[in-house]
Design a protein around this ligand. Sequence first.
Ligand code: SAM
Ligand code: DTB
Ligand code: SF4
Length: 331
Amino acid sequence: MQFDELKKLYDLPFFDLIQRSRKVHEANWPENEVQLCTLLSIKTGGCSEDCSYCAQSARYTTTVEAERLMEKDEVMERAQHALDNGSTRFCMGAAWKGVRDGTKRFDQVLDIVESVSELGMEVCTTLGELGEIEAQKLKEAGVTAYNHNIDTSPEHYKNIVSTHTFQDRLNTLRHVQDAGMAVCSGGILGLGETTDDRIKMLEILSNFNPQPESVPINSLVPIPGTPMAESQGVDSFEVVRMIAIARIAIPNAKVRLSAGRKQMSEELQTLCFFAGANSIFYGDKLLTTGNPQSQADLNLLEKLGLEPQKPNRGKDSPEAEDTRPREPALA
Ligand code: SAM
Ligand code: DTB
Ligand code: SF4
C-alpha cells in the first residue's frame, strides 16, 4: 500500500479503523489464535553499534554486562523449556553488528541452530547484518525466519543510529528473502518519530516482495543510560492504530505485539488483539528487559477465548509475486 492510503486509514475515526482492520483479520486469521514466541538472548551486550534505544550497545553505560556466546547445551535446555510451555517459535538474538562466514562464532551459531531446529518449532534468529552466504547457511542449518527490524522511517533512522544505514538493513533483508527464509521485520514506537515516520515505515514493509511473514510492533522500553532513556511513552491509541494499519497493509503477516507489553494494561493488549495483533513474545524475559509472566498471558488469552496458535502455520516464507519489483522498495 502507498503512503497516502495508509495515512487516510490511520486518520479514520478510531472505531472505523479498528472495524476495518478486524474484518481483514477475520478474513485472514479466522482461528482466534495467538502465536507464542519465546526469545532468548544467546549473546548479550557489548555491541559495537550505537542504536540509541538499546541496552546492549557498548557505547552506553547500562546495567547490561557483555557476555560470551551461550553454550549449545544451555540454549537447548531453554528451547526445550519453551516448547514444553507451548511456544511454537523460538527466536535467538545476538548483540552483534552482524555475522561473517568462516568465523568461529558463526560456526557455533550454525551448530546451535541445527540442534534447535530438530525440536520442530519455527526457528528465528536475529544476529544483525547478513551477506548472501551467511543467509544461505542459516537457511540450510534450519532457520525458518530472520528478524531484522527497519525500526522507523529512512529519514528518522539517521537520528537513531549512526553506525549502519537504513540501506544496510534493507540489503540484509534482501539476502534473507533470496535465501528463502521468512522475513520478520517491524519497528519501534517512541523514538521521537512523527506519525508520518511510522506510516512510512509500514509503507516500506508492505511493499516488500514477498511481504514480511511477521511484523513486530515494539513500544520503546526506555533504558537508563541510553540517549532514549527519557523518551515519552507512546499513547495507547496510537499503538492500536499502528497495529490496525499493519493488519490492513500486510494481511497475512503475524502482527506481533512485541516489547512494551509489561507496561500495557490487559485492556490495551485486548484492543491490540482485536485490531489485528496475533502474536506475542512469551516468557518472563525479552532479551534484556522484562515481559509479563507466562501464566498471566495464558490467563488473559483464556479470558478472551483465544488459543495459543497450533504449530506450523506460516512456517514457510510466502512466495514472491512475480509481477512486483524484487527490490525492497525505498519509496
Ligand atoms: N542486533 C540485532 C539487530 O539489531 O537486529 C538483533 C537484536 S536487536 C536488540 C532486535 C530489535 O529489538 C531491535 O531492532 C529493536 O527493534 C528491538 N529493541 C531493542 N531494544 C529495544 C527497546 N529498548 N525497546 C523496544 N524495542 C527494542
Ligand atoms: C523484536 O522486534 N523485538 C524483540 C525481538 N524482535 C528480537 C526484542 C525486544 C527487545 C526489547 C529490549 C530488551 O529486552 O533488551
Ligand atoms: Fe547492537 Fe542490535 Fe542493540 Fe543495535 S539493536 S546496539 S545492532 S544489539
